[in-house]
Design a protein around this ligand. Structure first.
Ligand code: PLP
Ligand code: TYF
Length: 394
């Protein structure tokens, strides 16, 4: 049996983490994996998370199983964080999942039960796991145009033409904010246009919201998601708490399914809990409890929001500094897109050979497609990166 196993292609981003660790050069810079780092290079535990953990530890009297679909208080707190005022609780089923990835996996499984013939439409490019999970499940994947290599913005005409070809019952995956890997995002008007196209075709929006609070603010980053979910008769949202709560390893996420009414909601919720049972039974509790403790306590929530805002503003300031540095080194505004992109990532548009050269000559690690993690920089390393980019002829 096990003789039949084939080696699996490694995840390039995770492989890069290993290569960076193995590099013994002084002053090496990790701009690879999408994990937030503060200016000292540390991925901190947020203050509110520490405090919530203390309270949980003190109050917790049992480790008995919770609920198959997750704790209702967590589900309701996350539904409100994601959908805000637009939440229609009568029509929204929620599921606690193993991170945002678990929510994506369960969303694909749920959609496939609903429509076994569906195609998943993803942006070109997208987070590699979107494609690999769909393929693993045997779901056909179609790419829609998204990134405009010339402007490093969104090729919106191409995107509209391609998603316009999705059939009724297909899933169209949209990054809610902070597009991974490009950093290029839709404007509010463009979200509205996408929503109208989906309404015309009957394709179902599936929003991956992994960086709420990392772009323009918590509500701002959810605005596109809220609009598209409010306008669609049916929609899926996979939200991750890994980044905005900094609880990566706790594996905390939520799947929201907006459906046609109360009966459909109960049916969807039952099917979603069933999917948890078929995959890993009860979802992990600790991260969900942290998130719920924070969101349901006004003072803790305010402190969390303030710290998240510092993180967001820090990344924006690094974007500005890098764009400015590139302006003065190149004498052009070719790199201003770095300032316009949002979230942790920007795709620079360097060739694989240039990315490799920058790694070899400067020990600066970016993903092969020239995605860089802005949070891997600090004020001191921005000029180092800028010089390396210019030297490599990017
Ligand atoms: N979706 C995107 C676009 C991501 O970048 C990530 C990052 O890890 C995830 C989903 C899933 O995050 P996690 O499963 O760690 O919560
Ligand atoms: O894109 C990233 O870097 C993050 C982290 O298999 C990540 O989303 C990368 C690859 C992976 C899991 C998480």
């Amino acid at each position: 049996m096990f003789g039949n196993l084939q080696p699996q292609a490694p995840d390039k981003i995770l492989a890069l983490m290993g290569e960076f660790r193995a590099d013994t050069r002084q002053g090496k810079i990790d701009l690879g994996v999408g994990v937030y780092k503060d200016p000292t290079g540390v991925t901190p535990v947020m203050r509110a998370v520490k405090e919530a953990e203390r309270r949980i530890w003190e109050a917790e009297t049992t480790k008995a199983y919770t609920a198959l679909g997750g704790e209702p208080a967590y589900l309701s707190a996350m539904s409100r964080l994601v959908l805000g005022e637009t939440l229609d609780a009568d029509r929204t089923a929620a599921l606690s999942t193993v991170g945002g990835t678990g929510a994506i996996r369960q969303a694909l499984e749920l959609a496939r039960i609903g429509n076994p013939g569906l195609t998943l439409h993803v942006s070109d490019p997208t987070w590699p796991n979107h494609v690999s999970m769909a393929r693993f499940l045997g779901i056909p994947v179609a790419e829609y145009r998204y990134f405009d290599e010339a402007s490093r913005g969104v090729d919106f005409e191409g995107m509209k033409a391609d998603i316009g070809r999705a059939r009724a019952g297909d899933l169209v995956l949209l990054h809610g904010c902070c597009h991974n890997p490009t950093g290029a995002n839709l404007t509010a008007d463009q979200w509205a246009e996408v929503s109208a196209i989906l309404a015309r075709t009957g394709a179902v929006p599936f929003v991956d919201l992994a960086y709420q609070g990392f772009g323009d603010g918590l509500d701002e980053d959810a605005a596109g998601t809220r609009l598209i979910v409010a306008n669609a008769p049916e929609a899926l949202v996979a939200a991750s708490c890994s980044k905005n709560f900094g609880i990566y390893r706790e594996r905390t996420g939520v799947l929201l399914a907006k459906v046609e009414g109360r009966a459909a909601r109960d049916l969807a919720a039952g099917t979603m809990a069933f999917l948890n049972r078929q995959t890993y039974s009860f979802p992990p509790d600790h991260g969900a409890r942290i998130v719920q403790t924070i969101l349901d306590d006004a003072a803790l929530a305010a402190d969390w929001r303030a710290e998240l805002e510092e993180v967001r503003l820090g990344m924006l300031s690094l974007r500005r500094q890098l764009a400015g540095e590139m302006r003065s080194l190149t004498g052009t505004n070719r790199f201003d897109f770095i300032e316009h992109h949002r979230g942790m990532f920007s795709r620079l548009g360097a060739t694989p050979a240039q990315v490799q050269r920058i790694r070899d000559e400067h020990a600066i690690y970016m993903v092969g497609d020239s995605r860089l993690n802005i949070a891997g920089l600090n004020e001191g390393s921005v000029p180092v990166l800028a010089r390396a980019l210019v030297e490599a002829g990017v």
